[in-house]
Design a protein around this ligand. Structure first.
Ligand SMILES: O=C(O)C1=C[C@@H](OP(=O)(O)O)[C@@H](O)[C@H](O)C1
Ligand SMILES: C=C(OP(=O)(O)O)C(=O)O
Length: 443
C-alpha cells in the first residue's frame, strides 16, 4: 500500500559491542515469487518463512485481486490456492504495489499474456521509477500498454489474447525485467528466451523449475541465455523461504563497524547471484565465517558468524554489481570505517531504485564528515577508519537508505539522524527490535 503516513524521525548513537543472534526476515525476492508462482499454479502452495514486509503484503493482496486464494496461517506461514497459468481473472480495483519495483514489474509480466485488463499504481517513489524497461517487451508479446508520460505509473495493461513468444536481450542487468518476461512467457506458446549480458539473481528460474516448468540457463557467445517453454501446468509446491542476504547485510555491517562485536546470523541465502557483498567484505579483510553450509528450499544457505575488526578499502568491479545491487548503500557505510578508498564501479542502476541511491548516500555521508565522490555510474568513499557523525540524513522513501544511516550512527562520534524511518517496514519490519536486541542504540 502506498506509504502515506507521517514521517517517522529516527536516530542512532555510538553503541557498545553487539552480541547475539540476528534472525533476519525471509528473502524479499523469493517471497514475491512464491506468491506469484503459487497463484499461477494448480493446487495449494504452502509457504513458510515469507517476508511479511509491506512490499510482499502488497503482492499478496494483488494475487488475491487476480483471483488466487491467499491466506495467512500464522507468522510467515501462508497458503495460496492457484488459478493455473492463464487463469487470472480481471481485478475489480486498481492494483497498488506501494513502494515495490519487484512487485509491480513481476505482476505486470504475470498478467500481460492473459486477456484481462488491469491498472497499476504505486507510491511517490515507485511512480518516479522507469517501467518501459518492462512494458516494452510486454508489448512485444501483444499486450496493449497505456502509461503516464515517460513510461511511468499509473499503467494500464490490456493483456494479449493471442500472445507471441519472445526472444529478448535485456538492455540493463535486471532480474525484474528477466522475470517479468519469463512470467509473461508462461502463457505464450513456444519458447520465450531472455538474454542477459551478465547473469542476474536466478530465483525465478529456480522456482519455475521447482514448480514444474521446462526452463534452462546456459552461457553462450550471446551471453547468459534463459529459455522457457510456454504453457506448462505449474504444480503447487511447498516453499521454504531462506533468510534475506540483503537484510542480513545491516546487522552484519553493524557488527563489522562497532568495536568488540560478535554476532551470528543463521540461515542466510548464499545464492551465488546474491553474494557480491560477502565476496567484497572478505576482500576488505572482514572477519566473517560461513558455517553449516546446506541447501534449504532449493537455495544454498549458511550461518554467518561476524566479528568486528580492521577493514581496508577495495575496488568493486563493475561485473560484480548485479550480485550486490541492493547492498551498495550499506557497503558505502562500511567503507567509511575502512582504511583507504573504496571504489564502486558500474552502479548506474542505483540511480533508479527507490531513490537515487548514489546521490542519497553521498549527501548523507558528507553530512556526517565522510568524503565521497560520484560519477554517473560510480561512487568512491574515502575511508578514514572513523566517522565524525552528527548529520541529519534524508531517506527519500527508501528503506535501504534509512537502515544504512541508522547503522552508520552506531559507530560515529556524534549521533546520526534520519528524517523518516517509516519505509523500513517495506523489507525489514522488525529491524529496530532486532538491532536493539543485539545491543544497538537506535530508535
Ligand atoms: O528481481 C528481484 O527480486 C530484484 C531485482 C533487483 O532489481 P533490478 O531487477 O531492477 O536490478 C533488486 O534491486 C530488487 O531489490 C529485487
Ligand atoms: C530495489 C529494491 O526493491 P524494489 O526494486 O523491489 O523496489 C530494494 O529492495 O532495494
Amino acid at each position: 500500500m502506498s506509504h502515506s503516513a507521517e514521517p517517522r524521525p529516527m536516530s542512532s548513537r555510538r553503541s557498545g559491542p553487539l552480541r547475539g543472534t540476528a534472525q533476519v526476515p525471509g528473502d524479499k525476492s523469493i517471497s514475491h515469487r512464491a506468491l506469484i508462482l503459487g497463484a499461477l499454479s494448480v493446487g495449494e502452495t504452502r509457504i513458510t518463512g515469507l517476508l511479511e514486509g509491506q512490499d510482499v503484503l502488497d503482492t499478496a493482496r494483488a494475487m488475491a485481486a487476480f483471483g488466487a486464494g491467499v491466506a495467512r496461517q500464522g507468522p510467515g506461514a501462508w497458503t495460496v490456492q492457484g488459478v493455473g497459468v492463464g487463469g487470472f481473472s480481471e481485478p475489480e480495483g486498481v492494483i497498488d504495489c506501494g513502494n515495490s519495483g519487484t512487485g509491480v514489474r513481476l505482476i505486470m509480466g504475470a498478467m500481460a499474456t492473459t486477456p484481462i485488463t488491469a491498472t497499476f499504481t504505486g507510491d511517490a517513489s515507485l511512480s518516479r521509477r522507469p517501467m518501459a524497461r518492462v512494458t516494452d517487451p510486454l508489448a512485444e508479446f501483444g499486450a496493449r500498454i497505456t502509461a503516464r508520460e515517460g513510461g511511468r505509473l499509473p499503467i494500464t495493461i490490456e493483456g494479449a489474447a493471442d500472445p507471441l513468444p519472445l526472444r529478448y536481450r535485456t538492455p540493463v542487468a535486471s532480474a525484474q525485467i528477466k522475470s517479468a518476461i519469463l512470467l509473461a512467457g508462461l502463457n505464450a506458446p513456444g519458447e520465450t528466451v531472455v538474454i542477459e549480458a551478465e547473469p542476474t539473481r536466478d530465483h525465478s528460474e529456480r522456482m519455475l523449475a521447482g514448480f514444474g516448468a521446462q526452463i534452462r540457463s546456459e552461457t553462450t557467445a550471446e551471453g547468459h541465455v534463459v529459455t522457457l517453454t510456454g504453457r506448462p501446468e505449474l504444480r503447487a509446491q511447498p516453499v521454504a523461504v531462506p533468510r534475506d542476504p540483503s537484510s542480513a547485510a545491516f546487522p552484519v555491517a553493524a557488527a563489522l563497524i562497532v568495536p568488540g562485536s560478535e554476532i551470528r546470523v543463521p540461515g542466510v541465502s548464499r545464492n551465488p547471484t546474491r553474494d557480491g557483498l560477502y565476496v567484497t567484505l572478505q576482500e576488505m579483510g572482514a572477519d566473517i565465517a560461513f558455517e553449516n553450509v546446506r541447501e534449504e528450499g532449493g537455495e544454498p544457505v549458511a550461518d554467518l558468524v561476524v566479528r568486528h575488526g580492521p577493514l581496508r578499502g577495495v575496488t568493486v568491479p563493475a561485473g560484480r554489481a548485479a550480485s550486490m545491487i541492493d547492498e551498495f548503500p550499506i557497503l558505502s557505510v562500511i567503507a567509511a570505517f575502512a582504511e583507504g578508498e573504496t571504489v564502486m564501479n558500474g552502479v548506474a542502476e542505483l540511480r533508479v531504485k527507490e531513490s537515487d541511491r548514489i546521490d542519497a548516500m553521498a549527501r548523507g555521508l558528507r553530512a556526517n564528515g565522510v568524503q565521497v565522490e560520484e560519477t554517473p555510474d560510480s561512487m568512491t568513499v574515502h575511508g578514514m577508519g572513523r566517522v565524525p557523525g552528527g548529520g541529519l540524513c534524508e531517506s527519500h522513501l527508501d528503506h535501504r537508505i534509512a537502515m544504512s544511516f541508522l547503522v552508520l550512527g552506531l559507530a560515529t562520534g556524534q549521533p546520526v539522524g534520519v528524517d523518516d524511518g517509516g519505509p523500513i517496514a517495506t523489507s525489514f519490519p522488525d529491524f529496530v527490535a532486532l538491532m536493539q536486541g543485539l545491543g544497538a542504540d537506535l530508535g
